[in-house]
Design a protein around this ligand. Structure first.
Ligand code: 5AD
Ligand code: FES
Length: 340
């Protein structure tokens, strides 16, 4: 029986032990890499990330752009700014644009739809991904009708008690899940995920995250280490661990052989070769920053975020070299999920 088959049969207890087992990191990575190569070869997909607003009406305790952070220097990109980022990205070979922002009511549904349809009109062969938080099903439907085909919304943690320790009472896990199932029903390719090592998180919490994802069956799964931000209520909690994050990436690859799993900027932030290690552990997506250099430092979800000083072209070139060095190859196709 292959390890992949075994892990699918693991009990919660067995999974929790594996998650905590430092000595398992390397072997897990090897198994995960076999599975990724069987399904996706050595291909790594790129998504151009455009961080278009750091205003947010929410107050998540871990996040640097939470509304309560008076020190955050707020910005919004104009439609023209966003389209210029796409132009630049397109020229560099990007065929997916991810529009990410805080939950910023300034961008009404009408404005979001306008931006999405303008991008789709200008770049019909590109995929548009939205990552703009919790909305009503009607709003999600409107964005979909305007041409958005993918949506990223991490569930952050799948246990209600833990969820409430990370978020104020104005937010709930129930609504988060409602959003994710609405998005699926509408027909989006859906991405979810969580942070590894967030305050109060246990191995049992992480098992619940895996079980929730098995229920949701997302197309994309984004995870990264929790990283401390000084201007949040969690300033005194330590950042998450590199190796535990790598084990989680590998376990995800084994449980979700077809998933699109990014090797995240947060991984690259806690270790100079974090993204390379994330690819070797089972990741198959990278998301270079396409935001204008002038705003990059301001989209500070956590401290010391990498790639805040580079131009898009530099970021693209740098990542390409890193991906190659890790033994993979960047492909510029849209990179839709290879289905189940
Ligand atoms: N450390 C790591 N990841 C964070 N995110 C937000 N704040 C932090 C932090 N301090 C992640 C959340 C969110 C994604 C956009 O960034 O998981 O969904
Ligand atoms: Fe942005 Fe390396 S990926 S500078």
């Amino acid at each position: 029986m292959s390890f992949q088959t075994q892990i699918l049969r693991y009990t919660d207890q067995e999974l929790a032990s594996l998650i905590e087992d430092e000595t398992a990191t390397e072997a897990l990575g090897k198994e995960a890499d076999k599975v990724r190569r069987a399904n996706y070869g050595n291909e790594v997909y790129v998504r151009g990330l455009i961080e278009f607003s750091n205003y947010c009406k929410n107050d998540c305790y871990y996040c640097g752009i939470r509304k309560g952070n008076r020190k955050a220097d707020r910005y919004r990109l104009s439609f023209d700014d966003i389209l210029s980022c796409c132009e630049e990205g397109f020229a560099l070979g990007f065929r997916t644009f991810v529009l990410q922002g805080g939950e910023d009511p300034w961008y009404t549904d009408e404005k979001v739809c306008q931006i999405v349809s303008a991008i789709k009109e200008r770049f019909p062969e590109c995929a548009v991904t939205l990552s703009i938080g919790e909305k009503s099903k009607e709003s999600y439907q409107a964005y979909f009708n305007a041409g958005a085909e993918r949506y990223l919304l991490r569930h952050e943690t799948a246990e209600p008690e833990h969820y409430q320790k990370l978020h104020p009472d104005s937010m709930s896990l129930e609504n988060r899940k409602r959003c994710l199932f609405d998005l699926k029903e509408i027909g989006y390719q859906v991405g979810s995920g969580f942070m590894v090592g967030s305050p109060y998180q246990t191995a049992e919490n992480l098992v619940s995250d895996l079980r929730f994802l098995q229920e949701l069956q997302p197309d994309m799964i984004g995870i990264g280490p929790y990283i401390t931000h000084q201007d949040t209520p969690f300033a005194n909690f330590p950042s998450g661990s590199l190796t535990k994050t790598l084990r989680m990436v590998s376990i995800l690859r084994l449980l979700f052989p077809y998933a699109l799993i990014p090797s995240t900027t947060a991984l690259g932030t806690i270790h100079p070769e974090g993204r390379e290690l994330g690819l070797k552990a089972g990741g198959n997506v990278v998301m270079p920053n396409l935001s204008p250099v002038s705003v990059r430092k301001k989209y500070e979800l956590y401290e010391n975020k990498i790639c805040t000083g580079e131009e898009a072209a530099q970021c693209r070139g740098c990542l390409e070299a890193r991906v190659k060095k890790a033994g993979y190859q960047i492909v510029t196709a849209r990179g839709d999920v290879k289905k189940h």
